[in-house]
Design a protein. Structure first.
Length: 219
């Protein structure tokens, strides 16, 4: 039996079906733990801080600093990069730019987990309230962790590229593939989140209208 903690006093989750077992039940249980407003608020707060530093600050590892030093966007924020793109980027960066990019990779040891947990919790919270009688749907939030895993794989290939430079690492072409998988996965998660929020709003408005029509005084 899997209970989803909604953290709001609402019936955010119910027991799984008696036949649910194995990996699906395990994934549902783990994602159900993220379907809490407390978890979501904590993950959102951490994400906002990290995102602000990564994308808008003047920290040595921030994306604007890497862009300024290398004259182009880092590989990590591109949809896809070829092996030649990786080599050209590292060459164009020069020693200072490669140092900044290396610092970004150090900070990026934490950011993928922060973003993946935030996205997973966001989707789990919405799905648990949209369909409380179908808790297995919360397992879809696990897609965010797939995106996080692809992000870490991208980082591994970036480290290999940095270590091999000026030679070409054999995994340079795989860096772009990992970037594409990461981006596509998070796009899917984002689309699911937006659709689910819209469906939840429609559901709540319809429920409110039905309740209002029942309690409306008869003239």
């Amino acid at each position: 039996m899997v209970a989803i903690d909604t953290g709001s006093g609402e019936a955010g989750g119910r027991a799984t079906h008696p036949g649910a077992a194995g990996p699906v039940a395990g994934l549902t249980r783990r994602m159900g733990r993220l379907a809490s407003w407390r978890v979501w608020m904590a993950s959102a707060a951490v994400f906002v801080v990290f995102a602000g530093v990564f994308f808008s600050s003047s920290a040595s590892f921030a994306i604007p600093e890497v862009e300024a030093a290398c004259g182009q966007a880092p590989l990590d924020v591109r949809f896809h990069s070829t092996a030649d793109d990786v080599a050209d980027f590292l060459s164009a960066c020069g020693p200072v730019g490669r140092g900044a990019y290396r610092s970004l990779q150090v900070a990026d040891l934490i950011y993928p987990l922060v973003f993946a947990v935030f996205m997973a919790s966001s989707l789990a919270v919405v799905l648990s309230r949209l369909a409380p009688d179908r808790p297995a749907l919360v397992g879809l939030a696990g897609l965010a962790l797939v995106g996080g895993g692809a992000d870490y794989l991208e980082n591994v290939f970036a480290w290999r590229a940095l270590a091999a430079f000026p030679e070409t690492a054999s995994t340079n072409a795989l860096l772009g593939i990992a970037s594409a998988v990461k981006t596509l996965t998070f796009w899917i998660v984002g689309a699911l989140l937006l659709v689910s929020i819209g469906a939840l709003v429609v559901q709540r408005v319809g429920r409110w209208r039905r309740v209002r029509s029942v309690v409306r005084p008869v003239a």
